[in-house]
Design a protein around this ligand. Sequence first.
Ligand SMILES: [Zn+2]
Length: 415
Amino acid sequence: MYAIKVELKLNNREKTLMNKHLGFSRFCYNYALSIYNQLNHKEYPGGSSKKIDLIRKIFNNLTKKNPDFDWANQMSSRVYQNAFRNLKTAFTKFWKGEAKRPIYKKKKHPGSFTVDSSNGVILQLNRKQVKLPTLGTFRTFEAIPKCVAQTYTVSKKANRYYVAFHLNAELVPPIQHEVLEPVGLDINLTLGKYCVLSDGTQITYPKPLKTAITKLRKFQYHNRNKQFGNRKKGIKTSANALRYFQKLARMHQQVAARRLDFLQKLTTDLACKYKHIKLETLNIKGMLANHKLAFHIADASFYKFKTLLEHKAKTHGGIVESVDMWYPSSKLCSKCLNKKDKLGLTERTYDCNACSLSICRDLNSAINLAQAPLEQTKTRVGSIRRNACGQVVADNLGLKQEVNTKVNTKMINFG
Ligand SMILES: [Zn+2]
């Protein structure tokens, strides 16, 4: 299963149509939530799902027939059905303890709406076009591969419109990896690097992303006193402030897009080249508490990197292992396994007292991760063949997989 998300190329009339439906979706969600919150739950016991179904009936049979709500009849009926469904999911998650209690959607955040086809899947031809059920055909910036899908979600972010849907594609068959031995990967953002691999490869942080971040920070600092209105104090948003916040949203989006692009390309390359990757488990919550480290950790989007890498390793027939949080990867000497008691954050080279090894600190810890014993492994994604002694048996990736390699490169592009 893959998800595709592409930007829509809309004219003004189409933008208005999308905005109307975004508003309609928000209205229905808030409508149902408002009635639900006003219900006397002692008088009417029962699950939230049943109650929301009832609210939907009230909306359908009473509110929509009210002349004041004539506009609702001009909208796609699939939108409100899905809005009610989303609220149901939100409550289910809340009762399970996975999320907070649903709150009202705000106009400030345009969010998304979902349309689905009531009579089967919709065929997308291999064109720069997307057919949305009950709404029509719209242009896209990128071509959508020939596929079928039933449910489409349109979202708006920083004045741009996107459509996302699932695509039933077969998993990429395992490919022949260039490197079969385990490699360690140490993430470190200092000195413009992103991560270091135990075979000596250094991956640098892309410059366009860095410049975008610097630009954004400066822009925010220069406009630090602007307010987006304040209803309690009776301050209205000025035209200048509105322009500023619109530009700010665009800049934030650019940074996010550049970062995601970098992570996607990096993880695809890593998953294709290396069969067995070992990462360290970072105590991210603990590190975010340290204000000096927080920016760098959040900036590295380590969690996103890990999720992407694990997902891609799985589809490419590789393995990703996380080494225990307390494994002293940076304090050990990668040559003689002598452990140092103290290693400051500023010490960039590792000088061993026992065997006089002098090595880059990050490379040392990457090699240690690669050499980490099996019992230090916390989680593993993907499968590996092992014999009874726990040694890795060479995978017999036969001719079959080699033949398939050509297919892969095409499929990976969606990842
Ligand atoms: Zn040593």
